[in-house]
Design a protein around this ligand. Structure first.
Ligand SMILES: C[S@@+](CC[C@H](N)C(=O)[O-])C[C@H]1O[C@@H](n2cnc3c(N)ncnc32)[C@H](O)[C@@H]1O
Length: 343
């Protein structure tokens, strides 16, 4: 597919490649063969990218019998050898995941952002997020009384916390490792404009194409597994199939919201109960909510660890009950411990 595209025809490449390692060869050799194949693909991606274009390559850490192979470290020089220029190494952090026993549990993946030249598109205003202290004002100097931060919001930074498309996520299809649509929307909105062309050489369930369609961008993609290719066509088509099925709950909910039809008339592929739940019943939180929750949690864990080291009373986690209800007044709060550390 890539070989058939002309030079410089695409505005954005965004993808997550498969890690089909360690199947037929010894893992180390498999890794080198895999990286060679990826080099060929990335050279082609770079060739088809416009001079103003960007490439986002999302990879995790590959584990070989507990030994870590951080793939982005291996991909970095490959991307540089394609003549691309690095812009960000985005950390996609997770609050949940497998619990390791003999090392720290893995809680992040990375997204490498490279551009073809220095004249790349980057529309920060399209992806700003709320400031932490939106109403904070200058308290002295010539700008006294004026807002001290941009009221349109702040740069989202390079730590992203979009929820993984697993357990009860409304976008979940039969594909095991989908991109969340909002994560792709952030990339598409800041690096392209309407009418631009987005390419995903490993489309999976078609998330990149769905988001491109949402924001009036054109898309090109390929997927080797027919069952996933069918899922992307159904997501893009946004209509029920001949049996009244949708590829995921989100496509189903969008359809009933738009047509006003009763939700019980339809089903989605992974549906368990008799009736799909309405969107109005769903708890959907923005990325900022998860980021703040993670910051709070990490800050609590740090304070508890510090208190333990110093034989101090361990602060009580305000959410210790796990049900969102505040616990009874703790003896030492996280804030008090933080304050003492600062002092
Ligand atoms: C990590 S998944 C991508 C998931 C996708 N980002 C999504 O949101 O659903 C990688 C996909 O690449 C596909 N794939 C593997 N080798 C391929 C090839 N040579 N050409 C096209 N697709 C391929 C796999 O079947 C898999 O669905």
């Amino acid at each position: 597919m890539l070989n058939n595209l002309p030079d410089g025809c695409v505005d954005l490449v965004v993808s997550s490649p498969p890690y089909n390692l360690g199947k037929e060869y010894e893992s180390r050799q498999a890794l080198e063969i895999y990286l060679e194949e990826q080099t060929t693909i990335l050279r082609e991606c770079s060739r088809v990218l416009k001079n103003t274009g960007s490439l986002f390559w999302q990879v995790g850490a590959f584990s070989d019998k507990g030994m870590l192979i951080p793939l982005d470290i291996r991909f970095f020089p490959i991307l540089e050898s394609c003549g691309l220029i690095p812009r960000n190494r985005i950390i996609w952090a997770r609050q949940h995941g497998l619990h390791a026993q003999k090392k720290f549990s893995c809680r992040h993946e990375t997204i490498l952002w490279f551009t073809k030249s220095d004249t790349y598109k980057f529309n920060l205003d399209a992806v700003r997020v709320p400031q932490k202290y939106q109403n904070k004002k200058h308290y002295r100097g010539s700008r006294k009384g004026e807002l001290s931060c941009n009221p349109d919001g702040k740069n989202p930074g390079d730590i992203w916390l979009f929820r993984n498309v697993k357990h009860n996520h409304e976008e979940q299809t039969i594909h095991p490792c989908q991109f969340p649509e909002d994560l792709i929307a952030r990339i598409v909105l800041c690096t392209t404009q309407a009418g631009d062309i987005v390419l995903d050489p490993y489309m999976g369930s078609g998330t990149v194409a769905v988001v491109a369609q949402d924001y009036a961008r054109y898309y090109i993609g390929s997927e080797i597994e027919p069952k996933y290719y069918q899922v992307s066509l159904r997501r893009l088509n946004r209509q029920p199939d001949e049996n009244g099925y949708f590829p995921n709950l989100k496509t189903l909910r969008d359809y009933v919201d738009q047509t006003g039809q009763p939700i019980e008339k339809f089903r989605f592929d992974l549906q368990i109960g008799n009736k799909a739940s309405e969107r109005s019943q769903a708890k959907i939180y923005p990325e900022e909510y998860h980021l703040q929750a993670m910051e709070e949690r990490l800050s609590y864990e740090e304070a508890a660890f510090g208190a333990n080291l110093r034989n101090e009373k361990i602060p009580l986690d305000p959410k210790v009950n796990g049900n969102g209800k505040k616990s009874q007044s703790p003896d030492t709060t996280v804030e008090q411990i933080e304050l003492r550390l600062w002092e």
